[in-house]
Design a protein around this ligand. Structure first.
Ligand SMILES: Cc1cc2nc3c(=O)[nH]c(=O)nc-3n(C[C@H](O)[C@H](O)[C@H](O)COP(=O)(O)O)c2cc1C
Length: 439
């Protein structure tokens, strides 16, 4: 079987220009090569040794290599010394691609199954309170928020990142809920991008959670990286994201994690802010959580399956048949959010848990709280809202809050910690109903 090389497709293609005056578009790229489409009349690719590629509204990258012209495309293989620059370029591009894919495509688990649909509340038809009696407030890592909601960390890309983060930060500050930023990796590599993440000055009082991926923390400099990430944005806590399946499907993903354990322990011990361990859509089981809490993590985002699927997104980015196949095959991989949350909460009842992954309405927020979540994280709907308008993130959050309030009142609860007693598996009185008919 012939194997398509592992290449990321570029839609739209990026313009390039050679020293010799040839021009065209980069159609795809991989760890060591670019696929160039020459504009008609461009000189013979065999003479190409240096090209400059322009990123969308971003910087230019000059790369050296050797070119082999084929029928429709030229294959430009990068010289070894230029490979770090190519990987840097791919890293910058990847963020913008994620945003465009998340905006335009169906990127969630194909069955949307989070497990919450198996749970229902017992309604209370006889109200005994006023709406003003409701208390949605929530304490988390020493701060009290107005609702158990979190704007979960999402990279905004290079082109739109600053605007997306500003809109989300303003909504979070207005509502007094915490917000995470997406991976700060690009800004740690290129300080000029730090402005994308520095949202506190525009959102007074905001509780801000920094973000870095496990792949960046396998070396001896892991603690230093985390300190720089926190200091860069004056973060109140740091989330370390665990995205193993995404890395494994991603064409350019990391495959070496053996140094991780030691680094994580050091970070949890010495970092001056609380550290949160965060899955991004495959969920966590109690054994993993035990190892994380032994290391010293202060809180866990179980990041369950059912919402945004990163293996699927990476498959959509790829031109390689293998990555597409893996992305498709692992689209629904993981522990459904409700299951992960319930088993971890049962094993660690006092551990602050965040439930993220496919939570889309206020009633489901209430179910997650009933299952033991201190905070409920929302991703994709808020990203799309922030791309749409200044006001849309606030509207999404307000709808969630109203749905949560309604669920509280309709179950006769005034406080969040009363919700767990009203939650049942299946339909209310299903078991009693069955026993009547069995008797
Ligand atoms: C466009 C986009 C970018 C994301 N980038 C990051 C990231 O950089 N770091 C991270 O920890 N999680 C990232 N996430 C994952 C989210 O924080 C969240 O765990 C995931 O989207 C599941 O929640 P959802 O189903 O509500 O979207 C990203 C999500 C989206 C949609």
């Amino acid at each position: 079987m012939s194997r398509t090389p592992d290449l990321i497709k570029l839609e739209p293609a990026l313009p390039w220009l050679s020293e010799q005056g040839s021009t065209g578009f980069v159609q795809a790229l991989g760890r060591d090569r670019l696929l160039l489409q020459p504009t008609p009349g461009s000189r013979d690719g065999a003479h190409l040794t240096s090209i400059t590629v322009r990123l969308n509204e971003g910087p230019t990258f000059t790369l050296h290599g050797a070119c082999t012209p084929t029928a429709a495309e030229w294959v430009f293989v990068i010289v070894d010394e230029d490979q770090p620059r190519l990987l840097d370029m791919i890293g910058q591009l990847r963020k913008d691609q994620h945003i465009e894919i998340c905006r335009n495509k169906d990127v969630e688990a194909s069955d949307r199954f989070t497990g919450f649909s198996r749970l229902n509340f017992i309604p209370e038809a006889l109200p005994q309170m006023d709406e003003a009696d409701l208390d949605l407030s929530r304490e988390f890592l020493g701060r009290t928020f107005s609702a158990p909601l979190l704007i979960t960390g999402m990279t905004g890309g290079i082109s739109k990142g600053a605007e997306i983060n500003r809109r989300l930060a303003q909504a979070a500050a207005r509502m007094n809920i915490p917000m995470g930023v997406g991976s700060q990796r690009i800004a740690l590599d290129n300080p000029e991008y730090a402005a994308i993440f520095k949202v506190k000055p525009q959102a007074p009082g905001l509780y801000l959670i920094g973000n870095i991926g496990m792949s960046q923390l396998t070396g001896a400099d892991a603690l230093d990286i985390c300190r720089r990430a926190v200091d860069m944005i004056d973060a109140d806590a740091l989330a370390i994201h665990f995205n193993l399946v995404q890395e494994l499907v991603q064409v350019e993903g990391d495959r070496r994690f053996s140094g991780l354990f030691h680094g994580l322990e050091r970070i949890c011990k010495h970092l001056h802010v609380p550290v949160i361990a965060k899955e991004v859509g495959c969920g966590m089981g109690p054994d993993t959580v035990r190892r994380l809490t032994d290391m010293g993590f202060s809180a866990i985002d179980i990041g369950g399956k059912g919402g945004t699927s990163w293996s699927h997104i990476e498959g959509l980015r790829s031109r390689s048949a293998l990555s597409q196949e893996l992305g498709h095959g692992f689209r629904d991989w993981g522990i459904p959010t409700a299951y992960s949350l319930a088993v971890v909460h049962q094993a660690f009842p006092r551990l602050p848990l965040i439930a993220t992954g496919g939570i889309r309405d206020g009633m489901t927020v209430a179910k997650a709280v009933g299952l033991g979540a201190r905070l409920v994280g929302i991703g994709l709907p808020l990203l799309r809202a922030a791309l749409e308008s200044e006001e849309a993130p606030m509207e999404v959050l307000e709808t969630l809050r109203q749905g949560l309030k309604l669920t509280l009142m309709a179950t006769g609860a005034t406080r969040l910690d009363e919700l767990s007693h009203r939650l049942v598996l299946g339909h209310p009185f299903e078991r009693e109903f069955e026993s009547i008919f069995r008797a």
